[in-house]
Structures are given as C-alpha cells and as structure tokens.
Design a protein around this ligand. Structure first.
Ligand SMILES: Cc1cc2nc3c(=O)[nH]c(=O)nc-3n(C[C@H](O)[C@H](O)[C@H](O)COP(=O)(O)OP(=O)(O)OC[C@H]3O[C@@H](n4cnc5c(N)ncnc54)[C@H](O)[C@@H]3O)c2cc1C
Length: 468
C-alpha cells in the first residue's frame, strides 16, 4: 500500500494558490554575532598603550643629574601617563558595545573608579613635580614658581583642568558620594570633559609632544578616536534608539507589596539585540522621573514587541516607578551588561539570586540552553513574602526539569544557607558548574567566598552587582 504524503511536492509548495510561482522571498538577514572584548584582551591592549607612552617618554628623556632636570623629566612622565589615563577612563565609560558586553558594566565601573584614583594621583604628581622643577631651576620657593607659571595662558588652563579633574575625583570619594544625590554626582562628572579638553591643549604645547610632529599627530588621533566613540555611543546611538523604537509603558503589574513589573512595548525591538541577563538605562517621561535614567535588568526574555522589567521600591526614584501608569513614554539606552549566555563554559549552570537580583536570573532561567538537571536556581530572600516572580519561576522549573530552591531566613540568622557545605548539599557536583550570581553587595561577597571554598574557580563565577 502506498501512503499519500500530506506534504506537497516541493514544486507545488513553491506555488501560490493561483499556481503562480511567488516572487523569491529574501531570507531575513541574521545579524552577525555581537563582538565582545574579553577582559584580558582589553587589559593587554591598555597595558600596551601605557608601554608606548613610556617609550615616547624614554626616547625624549635626556639623562641628567641636575635636580631641576630630574623633576622636569618625571613631571613629563607623570603628565604623559596622566593624559593617557584620562583617555582610558573615558573609553571605559564610552558604552562601546564590544567593551560593555564583553567586560560588564559593573566591572567597568570598578576599573574606572580604581583607575580614576591613579589618574588623579598622576595629575597631581605632574603638577607638583613641574612646580618643583621650576622652583629648583629659578631658585625660588614653590609658591613664587606657581604664581609665575599662572601667568602663562596654557598653564593657567592646565591648572583649571587639574581643578576640574580634582573636583570629579573628590566627589567620587566614598564619603562624598554617600552625601551627594546621584544626579548631582553625575552632573559633576561632566567636568571630566572640560578637564580633558584643557589637559589636551596643555599637552600639545608641552615639551614631549610639541617637539615631535608624529607624536603630536598620534596623540591627537587618540583623543579624536575616544571623542568620536563617546559622541557616537553616548549621544547618537541613544537618540537613534529613541526615535526608532517608540517605547511606551503598556502594563504595570503589582508583584508584591513593594515590587512592580513594567511591560514596555515598542517597534522592532529585535534590532536592539538585547539578551537575557542584560539591563537598560530607563528614562520614564513622567513629571517626577524624566530627569534621571535608572538601570534595571530585563526580567523576562526580550521580544520583538515588548521588554519587561521588575522593580523593587527602595528609594525615591524606585518608589515613583511604582506609581507609573500605562501610556507613559520611555527612553531606554542599552542593552548593557555581560552576564549573558556567552559566559557559559560548562553544561551545568547554577543561578544564584539574592533579593531583587532575581530579575536577570529569571530571564536566564527560562532561556539558558540545557536539558533536565542542567540548571539549578537558588533564590535567597528574607522570607517567603519577599519572593518575587515566584509563580513564573516554578512554572519554568517544572517545564524545564530544572531545580529551584528558596533559601529563606534573615542574613544574620544562625543557619547560613550560603555556607560552602550548604551549597554543596543543594547542588551536587558544584565545582563543575558555571555560576551566575546577582544580589546585594553583602550577599554577593559572601556567596563568592563560599563558592570559591566549595571549589568553583573564580573564572566560572559570573557576578553582577546592582550598584555602580
Ligand atoms: C546593572 C543594574 C541593574 C539593576 N537592575 C535592577 C532591577 O532589575 N530591579 C530593581 O529593582 N533594581 C535594579 N537595580 C537597582 C536600581 O537601579 C536602584 O535600586 C535604583 O536606581 C535606586 O534608585 P532609588 O532612587 O530608588 O534609590 P536610592 O536610595 O536613591 O539609591 C540607592 C542606590 O542606587 C544608586 N542610584 C540611584 N540612582 C541611580 C541611577 N540613576 N543609576 C545608577 N545608580 C543609581 C544610588 O547611588 C544608591 O547607591 C539595578 C542596578 C544596576 C546597577
């Protein structure tokens, strides 16, 4: 007996009901995979750049044992390194996707904060050494030397640049940062651009670059490249995203006493190429919120027409987010963050969330590839009432054959569910897992220590903090 296939012959399948061959349809263009810079590649590149700066200084340094010449030589070295360091700081914050997606926003912020201290030290050392050089050369005291130098327009501008950079540095010190509103701190940070421009003008007229046209050209190109990257990724790309996607709140859903999920609809959102585990900076065009853009992770896999975030009210802004209503327009920039599937190196994955850190984990829990038994989600919270998106997590766990455990109890309670032995009991074969971790700073620190003690190598712990 011959069975009749219900599948039409390929030729008929290609005919329209009227028997006319359809016009060839072009297959949708699959976007190339995102380019990601690895932390090691970036560190190597930056160290090589610093090496070149050192070489530039060495080529021009004239050996001398006179005190003024020694001061001047090291003033030049610290000046060149400070100029280079400022550029590196700007590059780290330029939101270049390859860097953001490869390194991760919180790690970049930590590098930037640490590097900023070194750069400021170099800037101040440069100023101090230059003053000492002039006072040793002229045989005057440092104050007279300083007043004399301020008479030169280039040096007065450099002094203003140094003051601008110092103001940024001081406002970023932990004690000052705690007292400043986030918006004030960000506004003060804009002084970096002024400081950089003034420093650049000073460097071009300085002895290390003025004498060498090639060095001056390279220095200018370096500055131009960073300026173009900043302009493109911090201004043009966000404006283009706003115009293209027309984002608007379509739903605000209460998830718990202090938590809401916000669904945002828009056009052609696939073009954003957002991935589960990433976050956007959101500016809600509401009377009370339009002035600030707040970082929130995607709490569900992104779709071509909607994105979803879940927000816990913990301060002034997030309390206002809770009161948002459908229809409010949204400007979003992103995606940012590197805690995505690309970090995975093992078949088995542990997702470890604390508090509202569940949001990126929820999206990863649904989408990370894997069969039954490959995925485990541990969710730490004070008590059951604080668990967010619980129904969704349980549905995903059941559908995927994934393990889901709630670790409940106060953080100062007698039993520590994040102790190495407790983790080991809950997750058999823990050292063979990749671990994705997101939670409050204290919990994240404790979890990283426990995971390392339980045998998970640091390179397989992928953590993101909700603080910059
Ligand atoms: C990458 C990332 C992803 C996040 N994802 C989520 C999420 O999915 N759900 C959620 O509920 N929370 C998330 N957060 C935390 C959330 O962004 C902050 O809780 C919120 O911005 C604090 O605002 P607030 O005014 O209500 O609190 P405040 O009490 O005023 O501030 C609390 C802390 O947030 C910092 N902060 C305030 N405004 C900003 C800002 N515009 N940008 C960066 N930091 C700021 C402050 O410096 C302070 O350290 C995330 C944070 C980061 C960095």
């Amino acid at each position: 007996m011959t069975s009749q296939s219900s599948t039409p012959h390929p030729l008929y399948a290609r005919l329209t009901p009227q028997g006319v061959p359809p016009r060839p349809v072009r297959a949708p263009r699959t976007p190339p995979p995102p380019v990601r810079t690895s932390p090691r590649a970036l560190r190597t590149g930056l160290a090589a750049g610093a090496g070149l700066v050192l070489a530039l200084w060495l080529v021009q340094a004239a050996p001398s044992l006179w005190l003024d010449a020694l001061f001047a030589t090291f003033a030049h070295l610290s000046g060149l390194l400070a100029g280079y360091g400022i550029l590196v700081m700007l590059l780290l914050m330029a939101r270049v996707p390859a860097i953001e997606h490869g390194i991760g926003a919180d790690r970049l912020a930590r590098w930037h904060a640490l590097g900023g201290r070194y750069v400021l030290t170099l800037v101040l050392s440069h100023a101090a050494l230059a003053l000492c050089a002039v006072s040793a050369h002229n045989g005057t005291d440092v104050l007279t030397a300083a007043l004399g130098l301020l008479g030169y327009p280039g040096l007065a501008a450099a002094t203003a640049g140094t003051a601008a950079l110092a103001a940024v540095g001081i406002s970023s010190a932990r004690a000052a940062r705690r007292r400043l509103r986030h918006e004030t701190w960000r506004a003060l940070h804009l002084l970096t651009y002024l400081g950089t421009a003034l420093a650049f003008a000073h460097q071009l007229s300085g002895p290390d670059l003025a004498g060498g046209p090639l060095a001056a050209w390279l220095w200018t190109m370096l500055h131009t490249t960073v300026a173009v990257l900043l302009f493109w990724y911090r201004l043009i790309v966000p404006v283009r995203q706003v115009l293209r996607h027309g984002l608007r709140i379509s739903e605000v859903r209460t998830e718990g006493p202090d938590v809401v999920s916000i669904v945002i609809e828009g056009l052609a959102l696939d073009a954003l190429r957002a991935e589960p585990g990433q976050f956007f900076r959101w500016r809600f065009l509401d009377r009370r919120l339009w002035r600030t853009s707040l970082p929130f992770s995607l709490s569900a896999p992104p779709r071509n027409d909607t994105l979803r975030i879940t927000v816990k009210a913990c301060g002034d802004h997030t309390r206002r987010v809770r009161r948002l209503r459908p229809g409010v327009r949204v400007w979003a920039t992103g995606p940012f963050g590197a805690m995505t599937a690309h970090r995975r190196t093992r078949r088995k994955v542990l997702l470890l969330a604390g508090g509202v850190g569940i949001t990126p984990m929820r999206a990863l829990f649904e989408t990370l590839p894997g069969g039954p038994g490959d995925l485990t989600l541990l969710y730490r919270a004070g008590n059951a009432a604080q668990l967010v998106l619980r129904d969704e997590l349980e549905t995903i766990a059941e559908a995927r054959g994934a393990a889901l455990h709630y670790l409940l109890g106060p953080s100062d309670g007698p039993f520590d569910p994040l102790a190495p032995r407790a983790l080991d009991n809950l997750v058999p074969g823990l050292p063979e897992h990749d671990v994705y971790l997101c939670g409050p700073p204290g919990m994240a620190r404790a979890a990283i220590t426990a995971l390392k003690r339980a045998g998970v190598p640091a390179s397989r712990i992928h953590a993101e903090r909700f603080t910059f």
